[in-house]
Write a protein that binds this ligand. Structure first.
Ligand code: HEM
Length: 333
C-alpha cells in the first residue's frame, strides 16, 4: 500500500492477510485509545499459529487477559534498574529467585492469603516459556538494532565522530581507563539520540497488533470481537508530516526540546502502553555497552561493497535485501 493511499484512509486502512481482514491504524488519537486508554478492550495480540504450544504458550507474547496480567507482573521485576545496574542478565535465575522468595514468604504468612499468592507465583514450565520468549523476542531485535546502528555510523561519519568524542569524554579517564558503569552509560545523551534515530529509521519490529476482546466502538465504527488492529510502526516513523526529511539520519530530532514538539505515538519501536516491550531498558542498556566497547577501539567505515541507501525485504521484521558490507579499522589509542 502506498503512503498516499494510507493517508487517505488514516483510520481504517482495510487490508487482507490471507482471508483475514485487518485494520491498519495510523491515526495517533485512535492508536492512543487502543494501546493506552481502552487497553482493557484490546489487551491481547492475535494468536500466531506455531507459537501456541508448550512451552511458548506460557511466554508473555502470546498469553491473554488475566493470564498475561499475572505473568507480566511476575516478569517485570526481572528488568528493574537495580538488576540492570548489576548487569544481571541471567533471567532464568532471577525468575527462579523470585519464585523462591515468594514461596518462602508464603510459608511464613497465614494460610488465608495463600491461594491468591500461589496463583501469582510462576511455575517451572512458565519460567521456561518466558525465558524462551525472551530469547526469541530479544535476540534478533537487539542484533538488528546494533547492525543498523553500525551502518548508520558508517554512512554518517560526522555522527560517528561525535559519538566517539562523547564516549571518550564520559567513559575514558586520563589513564585510558574505560568506565562503562550504569551511571556513565546514562550520561551518553548524544549516543541515546543516535540509537533512537536508528530505531526510527530502521525499527527492528515494523508492526505489531492488538485484537478486540469484545464488540466496541472506535472512531465511529463498530468493531466486532476479534478485530485485528495493526500498528504500522515503520510508516509512523517515516511520516513526512511529522519527521522532516524522514529518509535522512538526524539524531538531533531526539533532543528533549524536539521530542516535546511531537506526539509520542509517532515513535513506537518498542510499542507503547501496558503491553509494550518488557525488555526495552535491558535491550537499550545492552546495545549501549556493546557500542561503547566497540567504538572505543574501532572505527566503522563504508567500503566499495556498501549499499547506500539500503533496500529492504517485505517482511514483518526489517531485513536488507542484500548483504550489508562495512569496513572496520582499529583505532590507534
Ligand atoms: C531493540 C530491541 C527490541 C525491540 C525493538 C523490541 C520491540 C518489541 C515490540 C515492538 C514489542 C511489541 C510491543 C507491543 O505490542 O506494544 C515487543 C514485545 C516484547 N518484547 Fe521486545 N523488543 C526488543 C528487545 C527485547 C528484549 C531484549 C526482550 C527480552 C529480554 C524482549 C522481550 C519482549 C517481550 C516478552 C514482549 C511481549 C510483552 C508482552 O506481551 O507483555 N524484547 N518488543
Amino acid at each position: 500500500m502506498t503512503r498516499d493511499t494510507n493517508v487517505a484512509i488514516n483510520f481504517a486502512g482495510n487490508v487482507f492477510e490471507g482471508a483475514h481482514p485487518i485494520i491498519l491504524l495510523a491515526d495517533t488519537e485512535l492508536l492512543r485509545k487502543v494501546l493506552i486508554k481502552d487497553f482493557h478492550l484490546f489487551t491481547n495480540r492475535r494468536r500466531i499459529e506455531g507459537i501456541n504450544g508448550p512451552p511458548l504458550n506460557h511466554g508473555l507474547f502470546s498469553l491473554q487477559n488475566d493470564e498475561w496480567k499475572r505473568s507480566r507482573s511476575n516478569v517485570s521485576p526481572t528488568f528493574t534498574t537495580s538488576k540492570l545496574k548489576d548487569n544481571r542478565n541471567d533471567f532464568i535465575q532471577i525468575m527462579v529467585d523470585q519464585t523462591e522468595t515468594h514461596n518462602s514468604h508464603l510459608e511464613n504468612t497465614d494460610k488465608v492469603e495463600t491461594p491468591t499468592k500461589q496463583y501469582l507465583a510462576l511455575k517451572d514450565d512458565e519460567i521456561i516459556g518466558q525465558a524462551l520468549i525472551f530469547f526469541i523476542a530479544g535476540f534478533e531485535t537487539t542484533a538488528s538494532l546494533l547492525s543498523f546502528f553500525m551502518y548508520a555510523l558508517a554512512v554518517n561519519p560526522h555522527v560517528q565522530e561525535k559519538v566517539f568524542q562523547e564516549i571518550c569524554s564520559v567513559c575514558i579517564d586520563e589513564n585510558g581507563m574505560n568506565d562503562i558503569s550504569y551511571e556513565k552509560i546514562g550520561q551518553l545523551h548524544y549516543l541515546d539520540a543516535v540509537i533512537n534515530e536508528t530505531l526510527r529509521m530502521y525499527p527492528p519490529v515494523t508492526r505489531f497488533d492488538r485484537e478486540s476482546s469484545v464488540p466496541c466502538e472506535l472512531g465511529g465504527y463498530m468493531l466486532p470481537t476479534g478485530t485485528i488492529i495493526t500498528v504500522p510502526v515503520y510508516w509512523l516513523h517515516h511520516d513526512p508530516d511529522v519527521w522532516e526529511n524522514p529518509e535522512q539520519f538526524i539524531p538531533e530530532r531526539f533532543y528533549s526540546s524536539e521530542k516535546l514538539k511531537r506526539d509520542p505515538l509517532y515513535f513506537v519501536p518498542f510499542g507503547i502502553g501496558p503491553r509494550s516491550c518488557v525488555g526495552m531498558r535491558f535491550a537499550i542498556q545492552t546495545v549501549k555497552l556493546a557500542i561503547v566497547q566497540c567504538l572505543y577501539q574501532f572505527e566503522i567505515c563504508t567500503c566499495e561493497k556498501t549499499t547506500i541507501p539500503l533496500k529492504f525485504e517485505k517482511a514483518l521484521n526489517i531485513f536488507p535485501q542484500d548483504q550489508v558490507w562495512l569496513c572496520v579499522n582499529k583505532r590507534s589509542l
